[in-house]
Design a protein around this ligand. Structure first.
Ligand code: SF4
Length: 224
């Protein structure tokens, strides 16, 4: 990992800017979910993970309360990550189909994964101000991922934050809307792809399923 990314990640994990989220992540880490009572929760903001030189960038909303906030790695140890990695593995974007904890041997192939917001928000609903606060980190992070060719936004909030990034950093004025399997041209010959978030709600209601996810992942691989 580059020195700049290491420095940025160190700032992120020590950030206490959003008081509501700081209190929430502390509360989660103290109360814990019953099945994890014997574990020590990470309880801090999370950083991105994967190949910093990767051409694919996956962007989620935020760490899950008992996933990333517990394990300390984005999309790790919860139902969303179970579904996501099952698909990433089948699409040959990860080396294994499970993402359980930091030392599980997981590697991403030509891909990096992060979240628009680095702390878990109550009910997965961040305030505008919190997204704004954390955008500073997201902005720096994306600018350090020099080889990205395609950004897969997992859910509308992640998509909107990506669009905001391009409006702020480039003269990008297109009005584009989130939709699953909607693919847009963005500056520097890159693509922005909308994808339903792999949350249990979306999976249980069949809004997203393995077939749809794999179709999209295989399609985006043609852009890299
Ligand atoms: S959401 Fe981002 S800006 Fe807010 S406390 Fe967490 S890391 Fe800091």
């Amino acid at each position: 990992m580059s020195a700049k990314l290491i420095k940025l990640n160190s700032k992120i994990v020590n950030c206490n800017k959003c008081k509501r989220l700081v209190n929430f992540r502390k509360k989660i880490s103290i109360e814990k979910r019953k099945q994890y009572q014997n574990q020590k929760y990470w309880g801090k903001p999370i950083t991105g993970f994967g190949d910093k030189n990767g051409k694919i960038l996956l962007v989620g909303l935020a760490p899950a309360a008992h996933g990333g906030t517990r394990t300390g790695r984005v999309f790790t140890g919860d139902k969303s990550s179970d579904f996501l990695y099952k698909c990433l593995f089948k699409a040959n974007i990860s080396n294994q189909k499970n993402s359980d904890h930091k030392n599980d041997g997981l590697k991403l192939n030509d891909a990096y994964i992060t979240a628009a917001l680095k702390c878990v928000p109550p009910e997965d609903k961040p305030l505008k101000e919190e997204i704004h606060n954390c955008f500073n980190y997201f902005n720096q992070e994306i600018n350090l991922l020099k080889n990205v060719k395609v950004i897969v936004a997992l859910g509308k909030i992640a998509f909107d934050v990506c669009v905001y990034f391009y409006k702020k950093n480039y003269n990008f004025k297109e009005k584009i809307k989130f939709g699953h399997n909607k693919i847009y041209d963005i500056p520097e010959n890159k693509k922005l792809v909308g994808c339903y978030h792999p949350s249990p709600r979306n999976v249980n209601t069949k809004r997203i399923n393995e077939k749809k996810m794999l179709y999209l992942l295989n399609k985006i691989k043609k852009f890299i």
